[in-house]
Ligand binder design. Structure first.
Ligand code: SF4
Length: 495
């Protein structure tokens, strides 16, 4: 029975995806095998970072001189219920902080990161309130709040005293406190809906996998991808929206192959949009039969539409000073802040040979220096090549650079002047509005196949991170397969 209990993490996942619970219950019922990997790589990274953040919070309580009680961990082979019974109620002992407190309450089980004792001066008693350490840097997420609501109910069940507040210790170091009674009614309603899903009949049959924000972190990702692949799902048509898919499925066009052959109109999808989706699906179907070769593409004919077919019109004249820029970063370098650890660019040298330049950062100070050095490089080059541009793919390079100059207080005004003069050119809208390509995504890694480009990869450790939390990145050595490979020269911003 204990295996069928809800957990806060299941509840959080259910908020994003109802199918997740269905699969979990099938695993628990033994009707499907458990996923081979408990976490995707991103989820594993986040779990590791979360553990580090939790340890930092625990250390902080100790630094404050509080009486911290660490609950003895669950033993191998011990059931959750037995663990809860063995732990008993350490809140009776009046510790300031209780770490890793297990609760089993009303069909839900969970382990609260921290319970903190809150004095009620004048009332002659104290009560405990739950604190969860979360990597989020701002704002509580719904799943976080629901977990805290569960801990609040469980604390009240054990002590008879309902917590007034729920607390999140965010990755930014800030604590966000919420009034418990404002959220508990929602939690209790949701919880009863979920209980019905635990029922054998309700739990298994009606949900289907739908791509959502949780997929990248979900242990069932491979299983769901297999379902989508086998059913030739429309999910994989590049650029398709949820409402397009619903309208197409409603018209009996439920696969990429059917979409590629669709000639009749579809209610709910405008004619021009349908034409684009049919063309896109057709190119992808052709690419499938072509195997690993470069995918087919079609240049889009300009029309009355001011954007579609006019991507190439966004391109400035080529210039000898042009620069192609790319960044690499680790969003969870630390719980409170990410790090752009590499600004890489290629530009032609005096002989016209493509040259690679890299600005590395190993910590925030070096990130500030690298930002300043990069802007200095661009200013200097712009003076020598007044008609040059900086090309990047997707908006990140420009928007991240603007944020970095503001965060570090370096080169902000200089960058603003460069931006105002139209220095930066985002190539993604150029591509999206000029060619349709037989790829599932218009991300750079997919588009490289069009040029026959072979990516050279190397794994490396993110500066300042342990091997268990290291990330990998790949560095492109050329962006133009028709040009001579560039010489590769790595410079440090300030290493
Ligand atoms: S992979 Fe996505 S659709 Fe499948 S169970 Fe997980 S979250 Fe749901």
């Amino acid at each position: 029975m204990a295996d069928r209990l809800l957990t806060p993490s299941k509840i959080t996942a259910w908020l994003d995806c109802t199918h997740y619970l269905t699969l979990q219950h099938r695993v628990e019922a033994g009707t499907i095998p458990p996923p081979s990997s408990v976490f995707g790589s991103m989820a594993k990274l986040l779990v590791d970072k979360g553990i580090q953040h939790e340890a930092a919070c625990l250390a902080e309580y100790r630094v404050r001189g509080l009486d911290v009680y660490e609950v003895p961990p669950k033993r191998d082979g011990e059931s959750f219920a037995s663990w809860v019974e063995r732990v008993g109620n350490p809140m009776d002992a009046g510790h300031d902080v209780i770490y890793q407190m297990p609760f089993l309450h009303d069909g839900v089980r969970g382990v609260a990161d921290f319970l903190v004792r809150v004095e009620k001066p004048g009332l002659g008693f104290s009560r405990y309130e739950p604190v969860d350490a979360k990597l989020a840097r701002s704002d509580a997420k719904p799943g976080h709040v629901l977990q805290l609501c569960f801990y609040a109910d469980a604390i009240e069940a054990v002590t008879g005293l309902p917590p007034e507040h729920l607390h999140l210790w965010l990755g930014s170091g800030e604590t966000e406190s919420l009034v418990a009674v404002e959220f508990q009614p929602y939690w209790r309603r949701l919880r009863s809906q979920l209980t019905s899903l635990l029922d054998e009949k309700a739990g298994g049959s009606v949900t289907v996998p739908e791509p959502c924000a949780h997929c990248d972190f979900c242990e069932f990702q491979d299983a769901c991808s297999d379902v989508w692949r086998e059913s030739d799902s429309l999910h994989y048509v590049a650029g398709i929206r949820g409402e397009d898919r619903l309208a197409l499925e409603g018209a009996g066009v439920g696969t990429m192959d059917l979409l590629a052959r669709r000639r009749d109109p579809v209610d709910g999808v405008r004619g021009e949009r349908l034409d684009r989706l049919v063309e896109q699906a057709g190119l992808q179907v052709s690419a499938r039969s072509d195997g690993e070769g470069a995918p087919h593409y079609e240049v889009i004919e300009p029309s009355e539409d001011p954007t579609w077919g006019r991507g190439f019109e966004l391109l400035p004249e080529p210039d000898a000073g042009d620069v192609f820029l790319d960044f690499e970063g680790d969003p969870f370098w630390r719980a409170d802040v990410g790090l752009f650890f590499l600004f890489g660019l290629i530009a032609r040298d005096a002989s016209g040979t493509w040259d690679y330049e890299a600005f590395w950062s190993h910590d925030r100070d070096e990130e500030a220096s690298a930002t300043e050095d990069l802007i200095g490089f661009l200013i200097d080059r712009r003076e020598r090549f007044p008609s040059m541009h900086v090309y990047h793919y997707n908006h990140t390079e420009r928007s991240a650079l603007e944020r970095l100059t503001a965060d570090h207080g370096v080169g902000e005004a200089a960058l603003e002047r460069l931006v105002e003069t139209g220095l930066f050119v985002d190539l993604m809208p150029v591509v999206r509005n000029s060619v349709q390509i037989g790829v599932e995504s218009y991300g750079l890694k997919h588009l490289e196949r069009v040029t026959g480009y072979q990516r050279g990869t190397r794994s490396t450790r993110v500066p300042g991170q342990s091997s268990s939390t290291s990330s990998t990145w790949s560095t492109a050595t050329t962006i133009d397969s028709t040009a001579s490979p560039p010489t590769t020269r790595t410079t440090s911003g300030r290493r």
